[in-house]
Design a protein around this ligand. Structure first.
Ligand code: 1OR
Length: 299
């Protein structure tokens, strides 16, 4: 790591491509660098569902940036140039807000990033000033994606998804205490699944993989007790969530959830659930007390 020296993004070459009216940015890379990028974006939702060409274009355009601990990567109010993915190291996010006391020169610390995280998309998406300051707390290896490539390949899907889930997530009671930006990150990770009358969403006794929020429709809940007797429990409807218990407790599914008519759910996998719902996990845990009352099996 070139400690103490301001790092720059290495020079890029423009390769005109047949049939396109833009020149793709291609920064030459070793096979080893490509592998490191692939590992860094493997679990990042913004890179999900890219076709082969888009995936290649993104990797071609990325620039390796090594930044020593204690450096500012993004300054709030600045102009957006790059979107970043973290390969190694850690960074803190600070925001100054009107009326909120400033704990540091850069405001209050609101978040941190670790390997696999990404940031800097907002200014590129909305042509807005940088919304936060981001400072390395450790020597970092970052991958920087230029604004043009970000907008061409990653922006459409990201903003479409954030818009699609925005109104819905605002109305989910569990999530009202979150910052709008935290709900955007949840939107990035959500996947909608549709079920038809009678379809089983969760089977009692199964291993828990996903968390669900009902976008539309109704779900029935039933439980088989120790004697094999089936009990129908209070049902769930729009804005309700389920599937959290097995994820929280690492236990088998405690009930069966099935569709009553057409049911549409937004789902998060276990990793995203843990990462994105951390700020409301106390509310979720408090709410599980209600199950203890109606459950027909020991929880
Ligand atoms: P950017 O291009 O504006 C700063 O550059 C980046 O910090 C921003 O994109 C996001 O990727 C990232 N509010 C706004 N931006 C945030 C936040 C944030 N956290 C990370 N970034 N909040 C923190 C939510 C936990 C809301 C604070 C009010």
């Amino acid at each position: 790591l070139n400690r103490g020296r301001r790092t720059t993004v290495s020079a890029e070459s423009m390769v005109p491509s047949a049939g396109d009216d833009f020149a793709k940015i291609v920064i030459p890379k070793t096979e080893e660098q490509r592998k490191r990028i692939e590992a860094s974006i493997a679990n990042n939702f913004l890179f999900r569902n890219l076709d082969e060409e888009q995936y290649k274009d993104v990797i071609d355009a990325m620039a390796e940036k090594r930044v020593a601990a204690g450096e500012i990567v993004i300054q709030q109010g600045g102009v957006g140039d790059y979107f970043y993915v973290v390969e190694m190291g850690a960074l803190d996010v600070y925001v100054t807000r009107d009326g909120v006391p400033n704990e540091t020169e850069f405001g209050a610390k609101v978040h941190s990033y670790s390997p696999g995280g990404s940031f800097g998309e907002l200014a590129l998406m909305y042509n807005a000033p940088r919304a936060a300051t981001i400072i390395t707390t450790d020597d970092c290896v970052l991958w920087a994606l230029d604004r043009v490539t970000f907008r061409r390949i990653l922006m459409e899907r990201t903003s479409r998804k954030r818009r699609m889930y925005e109104l819905f997530l605002e109305e989910v009671p569990l999530l009202t205490s979150l910052e709008a930006y935290e709900r955007h990150k949840i939107a990035d990770a959500l996947e909608s699944v549709v079920y038809n009358e009678g379809d089983v969403v969760i089977q009692q006794g199964d291993v828990g993989e996903n968390f669900y929020i009902i976008e539309s429709g109704d779900a029935g809940v039933c439980q088989i007790d120790e004697n094999g007797v089936r009990h129908e429990l209070p049902g769930l409807s729009k804005g309700d969530y389920f599937g959290e218990l097995a994820l929280l407790n690492n236990k088998p599914r405690a009930a069966t959830i099935y569709a009553k008519g057409r049911l549409k759910c937004a789902t998060l996998n276990k990793k995203a659930f843990n990462r994105l719902l951390g700020p409301v996990v106390d509310i979720i845990k408090r709410n599980t007390v209600q199950y203890k009352r109606s459950s027909k099996i020991a929880l």
